[in-house]
Design a protein around this ligand. Structure first.
Ligand code: AMP
Length: 295
């Protein structure tokens, strides 16, 4: 497994792969890897000739009061996991080389970046879209793998990849959960035992909403109220029910929807979500559970 620390080395490696006719799969991460990241890496290894993992804690997606400085860095165990899964190269640039003195260019995806996580993190998606553009330019992937856990991010990256003619196919992978339902996250490391127990209310509330949706509930307010009630013990950032394709809020569940939640639990801001397609519009087929091209 190659460790590539500069964009020049990364591009040279990728050009060599392309010259040899190989397809490149790519998994962008901020490290502190867990089974959610592993599922993306496995999909990349299975679907491409060679695979690149990036580990880069991106400063432009953190606000000054957020956890950039404290974000967990677990380089040695990350490398071991990537190697075991069969990743061919790790791209781990320095922040100073990605954003040198005088850096002035940002990517802003309109529409989809409004609402949900942008409410409390107004610069977040600009930072994500910018760094993913720059990572794509260095790695030159054919396919890139993202998690549904960050559903708004996935929709934004899909839009951006299309709009900027990147030629990258964005693949969305299902949320990987702990045995008790908690969505895996690098930030779960911040949770005390008591926080960890409280954090369960996110996935449990979504499970209750899923049951209501399966039973035929189609009023968005009713579903959101159910989730809010279930999350009463934590500091809710948002509970939103939106069109999964446009991220526009809905009153009635009459299309493919995203039900997304965010909450502060102790020191960690956690997110979780579900997607649902009403049986009326799929004539009995259920929502796809496997990897899918992003919405
Ligand atoms: P991060 O390192 O948190 O920026 O995440 C890197 C990628 O892993 C993103 O595409 C995330 O959506 C994805 N990811 C994070 N947690 C999970 C999870 N529990 N299940 C699936 N994918 C995940």
């Amino acid at each position: 497994m190659k460790i590539l620390k500069t964009k020049e080395a990364m591009r040279a490696w990728s050009f060599a792969q392309k010259a040899a006719g190989k397809s490149i799969g790519f998994v962008p991460t901020m490290g502190a890897l867990h089974e959610g990241h592993a599922s993306l890496m496995r999909a990349s290894v299975a679907g491409n000739d060679v695979s690149v993992l990036s580990i880069f804690v991106n400063p432009t997606q953190f606000a000054p009061h957020e956890d950039y400085g404290q974000y967990p860095r677990t380089w040695d165990t990350d490398l071991a996991m990537a190697e075991e899964i069969g990743i061919d190269a790790i791209y781990a640039p320095e922040a100073g080389s990605i954003y040198p003195e005088g850096y002035a260019t940002y990517v802003n995806v309109e529409g989809l970046s409004v609402g949900l996580c942008s409410g409390t993190r107004p610069h977040f998606f600009r930072g994500v879209a910018t760094v993913v553009t720059k990572l794509f330019n260095a790695v030159l992937p054919d396919r890139a793998y993202f998690g549904q856990k960050d559903a708004q991010q996935c929709a934004i990256i899909t839009r951006m990849a299309q709009d900027l003619d990147s030629g990258v196919e964005v693949v969305e992978m299902p949320i990987v959960r702990e045995a008790d339902g908690l969505a895996m996250s690098s930030r779960n490391r911040y949770l005390s035992d008591a926080d960890r127990a409280q954090a369960l209310c996110l996935s449990q509330s979504l499970a209750a909403a899923q049951a209501a949706l399966d039973a035929g509930e189609r009023d968005a307010e009713v579903v959101k109220a159910l989730v809010r009630d279930g999350m009463a013990a934590v500091e809710i950032d948002y509970v939103e029910l939106v069109d999964a394709a446009t991220m526009a809020p809905l009153d009635t569940i009459d299309r493919r929807i995203l039900l997304a939640v965010a909450a502060q639990v102790g020191p960690a801001r956690l997110i979780d979500n579900l997607k649902f397609v009403p049986s009326e519009i799929t004539q009995g087929a259920s929502a796809p559970a496997e990897a899918e091209a992003c919405c």
